[in-house]
Design a protein around this ligand. Sequence first.
Ligand SMILES: [Zn+2]
Ligand SMILES: [Zn+2]
Length: 442
Amino acid sequence: MNNSNCSGNKESPKKAKDKKKKKKRGGSKKKMSVEQTLAFKSVSEWVFLDQPSLLASAFDFGLQKSLGRGQDKLVFELHTHSKFSDGFLSPSKLVERAYGNGVKVLALTDHDTMSGIAEALDASHRYGIKIIPGVEISTIFSPSGESEAEEPVHILAYYSSCGPTSFEELEKLLANIRDGRILRAKNMVSKLNKLKIPLKWEHVARIAGKGVAPGRLHIARALVEAGHVENLRQAFSRYLFDGGPAYATGSEPQVEKTVKLICDTGGVAVLAHPWALKNPVAIIRRLKEAGLHGMEVYRSDGKLAAYCDLADTYGLLKLGGSDYHGRGGHGESELGSVNLPVVAVHEFLKVARPIWCDSIKDILESYVKEPSDSNLARIIRFVRTPKGGDPFSCCKDIVERCLTLWLTSEERQNAEFDAIRLKLSHISLNQETPRSVPLESK
Ligand SMILES: [Zn+2]
Ligand SMILES: [Zn+2]
């Protein structure tokens, strides 16, 4: 929801119960069931698509070690923030830390921007981590009945190795939200000023950094730095909480419209931290109709049974991530600390892969139809060559890179991709075309 809710894991009776259950299971290593073994095999095949040498050893090692924690686990971290929104680490530092924590697949899901993805992809080559291009979109839920309250909702979107099919359309939505955030942050600063707190806009903008739309966390940090409050928690509990004396709303899009747009642009849409919602059932019901694929139910302190039940009721994927911001305070979940069961990851990929496969096809086909530099630049935003690696010499190289990173040989070997390859072999790359272009958000 807001920045505080994003990672504010409040202790609840439910959680305490879940913890107990977790303890009962203990840390003992159980043998994998047939279902888990098959899931592990399928997931590791996808994780190591472009590193076949690692696949066999990962699989053997994984089976031997069974379900123990550590290097043998296929750790998926599906919810993280960098400096490009309100995180504290650069995307490269985030990737480095993820590697140190044994993460194999990392989704960077900054608030309302995909500008950090290119840097994360470049860093990922150094560490052999797979990056899922993602974004966490700020939206608003408007109730249909009087009994429900309007409330902010965060939706995670996960894309393929080629990014969204219509990058411009998604980017327009995100840019609108970011512009609204600046206005909103300015409103909050002026509300603070009216409360006789002389916080300066320049201070907030400096903390957010160049090109970053300030959020509540940036204002809270400025309040701490200027000595108006003792810590971030106090900044939120006194002034910035939802409906608080210095709270202001932004111009977020309707949540259903956002979920539809994610589906239309080849993404997988997942409801973030539903436990922060006042009215989760009404929201989940409406979002399911709009095409929502899944919801977060796992946290670093275990899974939340009530939300698992809701996910089952509405036929949604059960996912989760640490929502890591790199604040460094205690109470923050560590990067890679959510223990996503391999079966849950397998279910996720089962839903995501056909969507991603189709979106890659769409993106490549639209390039074949119109092989312009701008269409190529759209692909190269997400398909990066490793530093020191050979630059792409022809379009076919780029296509092979998109495909081998994301699709199995069976998925790749079909008539449609063959037709794309054939057409692309007639298109030569302009020497002037940059090897890689920055993922600009403006
Ligand atoms: Zn959030
Ligand atoms: Zn988040």
